[in-house]
Design a protein around this ligand. Structure first.
Ligand code: 5RP
Ligand code: CO
Length: 214
């Protein structure tokens, strides 16, 4: 069952609660929240105080994508703010195993994101522990970029790795440059969570845009 998560990065930041209500009514399955700190990526978005407020505006599950250094400092706050999935970048974590345990002990599901050039094999030893593998199909930091086609092979590899680890509950998510055409490639490769920013928030009719992705 494919799930569609609009990325708030492409919403109108002057009216976030209206934007979230709109995509919820348009059929979104979850809300993708891109936390950027201006260090891990050259862009800055929002933090935990904003997410706490947004939690009151929506019943959608919150999926936090941490593009930050020292993600361990955010885990407790994200749990208190009511986030369901927390995904950290492999490239940002020296102590990846420890951070993933911290996320689960805080009562949330844990994911690891891989930049386009980072190999799937880097997650082999922790594959059975993961709730999600996030394949970045653009270089992180900005919305509206073009889907990098070689990442479809990484989606397949991630599915294969999880199956080999007998991990039947984890999902593969894809993020970056997803539209109705690239969604077909990602789903064909095995992705079940599709993140889409500009393709949903940039559409005049968001209900039609979400239905087209699905
Ligand atoms: O993590 C991200 C960027 O780093 C965003 O989630 C992603 O880029 C979504 O935007 P779009 O669908 O427009 O590519
Ligand atoms: Co993202």
């Amino acid at each position: 069952m494919i799930k569609i998560g609009p990325s708030l990065l492409s919403a109108d930041f002057s009216k976030l609660s209206e934007e979230i209500k709109d995509i919820e009514q348009s059929g979104a399955d979850f809300l993708h929240l891109d936390l950027m700190d201006g260090h891990f990526v050259p862009n800055l978005t929002f933090g935990i105080p904003v997410i706490e407020k947004l939690r009151k505006c929506s019943d959608l599950p919150f999926d936090a994508h941490l593009m930050v250094e020292h993600p361990e400092n955010y885990i407790e706050g994200l749990a208190k703010a009511g986030v369901s999935y927390v995904t950290v970048h492999q490239e940002a974590c020296i102590h990846l195993d420890r951070v993933l345990h911290q996320i689960k002990e805080a009562g949330m599901k844990c994911g690891v994101a891989l930049n386009p050039a980072t190999p799937v094999s880097s997650l082999k030893n922790i594959a059975s522990f993961l709730d999600m593998v996030l394949i970045m199909s653009v270089n992180p930091g900005f919305g509206g970029q073009k889907f990098i086609s070689y990442t479809t092979d990484k989606i397949k590899e991630a599915c294969h790795m999880l199956a080999s680890a007998e991990n039947t509950h984890a999902v593969v998510e894809v993020d970056g440059g997803i539209n109705s055409e690239t969604a077909k490639l990602a789903v064909g490769a095995g992705a079940v969570f599709l993140v889409a920013g500009s393709a949903v928030f940039g559409a005049d009719d968001r209900k039609t845009a979400i239905a087209a992705l699905r």
